[in-house]
Write a protein that binds this ligand. Structure first.
Ligand SMILES: [Zn+2]
Length: 244
């Protein structure tokens, strides 16, 4: 069966969700930079203004996120759910996010990993996006009737820490090109309220370096598919990670 045009366009856009203003940049900013430079549209949906953070005021954090998104070539919007550190997994939120998916109609969706040992907003948003991707396909959801159903091609989780990486083999995206690393670092450093407090940039670069070394490339971002990936032949599979 052929994929429908709405679910698998030639260059499907990427939609990335973040619980806080800096999550997408720190978790998968290099991947976004690489995709937008290859001509793919990217859109960010951020579900709080970081108002519960130790450092930075909400207005500043929104401005930092807007600047970081533009450095990565992405558009951005903020969707208020329960607020920073108060996010709950509820059907109403999944329906709200499903509405976003129907409006933006992305091919690939990135969301924080649902692993438990991290900021609770991250894991809860990961679960909500998983539910939203399902509800976006269902024709009969009353609140979503205004927009036609939409099936995404893939949901991939990103992790913000080693502890948040799901215990499954990742898909490794090679982001080694110097201009991609430079764009990623610039986007992370745009969150000066956070990077001036702790060395988050080095943490993320080190994680990417470790994943890269394991795969015999300079830098790689680990993404974790929510569902088995489907290929039409073995040739699309790339190669296995064997750096040592
Ligand atoms: Zn966060």
């Amino acid at each position: 069966m052929k994929p429908t045009p709405s679910s698998l366009p030639d260059t499907p856009s990427v939609l990335a969700f973040g619980a806080h203003p800096d999550d997408i940049e720190f978790g998968c900013g290099g991947v976004i930079a690489q995709e937008t430079r290859a001509g793919r549209a990217a859109h960010f949906v951020v579900c709080s203004r970081g108002e519960a953070a130790t450092h930075g005021q909400p207005e500043q954090r929104v401005a930092e996120a807007q600047r970081a998104a533009s450095l990565l070539g992405a558009t951005i919007e903020f969707v208020e759910l329960d607020g920073d550190s108060h996010l709950e997994v509820r059907a109403a939120h999944a329906i709200t996010l499903a509405g976003v998916l129907r409006r933006v109609r992305p091919g690939i969706v990135l969301a924080p990993s649902p692993a438990e040992n991290q900021h609770p907003d991250h894991s809860r948003l990961g679960r909500l996006v998983c539910d939203a991707a399902r509800l976006a396909r269902f024709g009969g959801v009353r609140e979503l009737k205004e927009l036609p159903p939409h099936g995404i091609a893939q949901l991939l989780f990103y992790a913000l820490t080693r502890e948040a990486e799901p215990k499954i083999p990742p898909v490794l995206i090679d982001i080694s090109r110097p201009e991609i690393i430079a764009a990623w670092v610039a986007a992370m450093e745009a969150h000066a309220s956070q990077t001036s407090a702790r060395n988050y940039v080095e943490v993320q670069l080190t994680r990417a370096r470790l994943h890269g070394l394991g795969a015999a490339v300079e830098y790689a971002t680990a993404l974790f598919p929510a569902d088995p990936l489907v290929f039409t032949s073995l040739s699309g599979l790339g190669r296995g990670a064997r750096g040592f």
